[in-house]
Design a protein around this ligand. Structure first.
Ligand SMILES: [Zn+2]
Length: 388
């Protein structure tokens, strides 16, 4: 079953009866009472150690993390593997174990250069995480590396291949159960078809692993169709990830007056929704409009879950047809909003994204067949080898 997992950011997850949530390490500290409540009530959760954030402006709670490395000491940590093990890797793993995280995410840094020291250190951190468990003679918990790279990687086939082969190297592959994919700057409502198709190729290339998409909007449904198991995001927030937002001066988030409209996978203002007498039929709203911030977030959650129920299918082709239908209906509704002037939002904001998603879906079958195509190519090369 494909899943939507919300991020624990505030109290809005209370009462949703979740079976799983995702949470940043600094939130675990900042909202320790909320975390204690949620973690005792929820069967499973994973903590993102958020180590890449230490390269940028940090939140004030990050300094209290046992594995916190000040920005000006990061280069030293990258250069010195013994110190890295002692100050970063070991305490980071132990923090996750102690807090009961179901998956262990080895510490990771952000880089836009796959030939860089940072990229290699990220792979080494995975190796060292495996060694930690072997040395301690502890049962290996599922290790789920985070792949945190910029979106330009998605359109560079050579780079993408290198990333995939590095993260699925035969020395670490047997210990890795899955991945958390964080593509920086990938805003699916703004991204072009090439980027979006590249993203799906990345997901598909990790075939055989439990692939989890972090911070994505409703284009994530296409990722679930292609092979990812899980879509993770905040409720009506944090639907994309950007290092540019990691600075104190930037204000984040959408204004309170906006409400998610699931029919078009976008946000409209309350005034617009009231003027068309919009009623939501999700489990939260019960034919009303959500008003408070908490109601709007719960509404978002129920809309995501409902969509997933509607499009999930064990058969790829049936799933594709269902998703095509969902996006097509969305396109019709979004166009209607523009032509009947029911919104102040532009066609480029609410119509074009869905159009692009539908275009990418026309490539979905080819992308879905990628692992098979690779296998056939390998077989062919092997046969050629034998004949030479
Ligand atoms: Zn609703």
């Amino acid at each position: 079953m494909k899943k939507f997992i919300p991020k624990l950011i505030d109290k809005s997850l209370i009462g949703l009866n979740l079976d799983e949530f995702f949470v940043d390490a600094d939130v675990v500290l900042r909202c320790h009472k909320l975390f204690a409540k949620m973690s005792s009530e929820t069967p499973q959760y994973t903590i993102d150690p958020k180590t890449s954030r230490m390269q940028f402006e940090i939140t004030k709670d990050m300094e209290d993390l046992s594995y916190f490395i000040p920005k000006d000491e990061i280069q030293n940590i990258l250069d010195n593997s013994a110190e890295r093990l002692h100050r970063l890797i070991t305490p980071c793993i132990e923090f996750q174990i102690e807090k009961g995280s179901q998956h262990i995410i080895p510490p990771y840094f952000y880089t836009d250069d796959i030939t860089s020291q940072i990229f290699n250190v990220n792979i080494e951190n995975i190796t060292n995480t495996i060694k930690y468990f072997e040395n301690k003679k502890l049962n290996l918990p599922p290790i789920y590396p985070a792949i945190h790279l910029p979106k330009n990687i998605l359109t560079n086939e050579t780079a993408l291949r290198y990333v995939i082969s590095s993260y699925t190297d035969k020395n670490i592959a047997p210990y890795i159960k899955g991945f958390y994919i964080m593509i920086d700057g990938l805003k699916c409502d703004k991204s072009d078809e090439e980027e979006l198709a590249g993203y799906l190729k990345l997901l598909r290339s990790l075939f055989g692993y439990d692939v989890r998409m972090v911070s994505l909007d409703a284009f994530g449904y296409a990722g679930l169709l292609i092979g990812a198991s899980t879509l993770i995001s905040g409720l009506a927030q944090q639907e994309y990830t950007s290092i540019n937002n990691w600075s104190k001066s930037t204000t984040r988030g959408r204004g309170q007056e906006y409400t998610y409209m699931p029919e078009i996978f976008a946000y409209l203002s309350e005034i617009e929704l009231e003027s068309i007498n919009y009623k939501c039929s999700c489990n939260q709203c019960n034919k009303q409009l959500p008003h408070t911030a908490s109601e709007k977030k719960k509404h978002f959650y129920h809309c995501r879950v409902r969509d997933l129920e509607n499009i999930s299918d064990t058969d790829f082709h049936k799933g594709l047809a269902k998703l095509n239908n969902l996006y097509s209906q969305g396109l019709i509704t979004a166009k209607k909003f523009i032509t009947e002037e029911l919104t102040l939002r532009k066609s480029s904001d609410i119509v074009s994204p869905i159009k692009r998603w539908l275009t990418v879906l026309t490539q979905a079958e080819d992308i879905y067949n990628l692992p098979q195509a690779e296998e056939e190519l390998e077989k062919l090369l092997l046969e050629l080898d034998e004949h030479v």
